[in-house]
Design a protein around this ligand. Structure first.
Ligand code: GRG
Length: 306
């Protein structure tokens, strides 16, 4: 990975961290201090910030300003963090380590962790409503709600838990296609929304709305990126160290969970991840040099070791 890209990534992350603190302060104005603390504990923890990076990079790739995508980036990261807080609960994935720290419920108890997740989710929509003019806010809110909701992330989580027998389900996922369907909802939908919100932040107020060609390019990129991310995540779980990952690894195999390395093997999984990277690059070629950071981020995610 080039030194320039890593320096640029560091700068973007610093701007995102600053915006997250600012928006969290606004969202928790008047909240009980214990709730605000639990929300901040999980949101400000050292995440990779991939989704907000996608939002700000997509925004700039289609002509937006560096600051224009920040409220949307924060909203997406709030939804993502809520999903992690809830996913870590004993009723779901039952984890005690997240982002290198005890999970929210280990630190604050289950009741407050559930409520901190709820408040991060609802706070995300407050950020979009307050952060953009009405047209942009409306399309962004609709997009994020759909991606996070029953046909998106929550639906994907239900299918995933169904495969483990934690929710009743006829026909649990068994094949690579089934697995892709779970991930398209569970993680892919939010990646896609992150990119689309970047487009809306840049072009949402244009009289004719956002450019459909740019939207199609970002969607194609997002589909390949999301799946490449998931395969890399499964490979890390199969081979990684929990010190680097900041969460427990090896648990997929221990639970007999359906994963890409489990279904396709390590070699074929790595090959598929590289193929998806090439697809992602091709998708945004037409956007020109402004899409370079997206291409570099796709490489970073496919090659990552944490
Ligand atoms: C609870 C409604 C609900 C949904 C949960 C996304 C999700 C759905 C659960 C996360 C479970 C999980 C660990 C999935 C593997 C892929 C994934 C989303 C990893 C975490 O994302 P990263 O690696 O995390 O971007 P950081 O901490 O860097 O933000």
């Amino acid at each position: 990975m080039g030194a320039d890209f890593l320096a640029d990534l560091g700068d973007r992350r610093r701007r995102i961290e600053e915006a997250l603190r600012t928006w969290l302060d606004r969202v928790t104005l008047g909240a009980p201090p214990a709730l605000a603390e639990a929300m901040s504990y999980s949101l400000i923890a050292p995440g990779k910030r991939l989704r907000p990076l996608l939002t700000v990079m997509a925004c700039e790739a289609v002509g937006g300003s560096p600051a224009g995508g920040l409220p949307a980036a924060c909203a997406v990261e709030m939804v993502h963090t809520y999903s992690l807080v809830h996913d870590d609960l004993p009723a779901m994935d039952d984890d005690d380590l997240r982002r290198g720290r005890p999970t929210c419920h280990k630190q604050y108890g289950e009741a407050l962790a559930i409520l901190a997740g709820d408040a991060l989710l609802t706070g995300a929509f407050q950020v979009l409503a307050d952060g953009y003019p009405p047209r942009t806010a409306a399309v962004s809110i609709a997009e994020l709600a759909t991606a996070a909701g029953s046909a998106g992330m929550v639906g994907g989580q239900v299918l995933d838990l169904g495969a483990e027998g934690k929710v009743p389900m006829s026909g649990p996922p068994r094949t690579a296609d089934d697995l892709e369907g779970v991930h398209r909802r569970k993680t892919g939908a939010l990646f896609l929304a992150a990119l689309r919100l970047g487009l809306f932040a840049a072009q949402g107020e244009q009289p004719a709305g956002p450019d459909p060609k740019a939207r199609e390019a970002l969607d194609r990129f997002g589909r390949a990126f999301g799946l490449a991310f998931q395969i890399a995540d499964d490979l890390l779980d199969a081979q990684g160290s929990s010190d680097r990952a900041g969460k427990r690894v090896g648990k997929d195999a221990a639970r007999g969970k359906l994963t890409f390395p489990g279904l396709l093997g390590l070699y074929e999984s790595r090959r598929r991840a590289r193929e998806l990277y090439v697809e992602a690059v091709a998708a945004v070629e037409g956007l020109g040099p402004s899409a370079r950071p997206l291409v570099d981020l796709a490489k970073y995610v496919t090659d990552r070791d944490h």
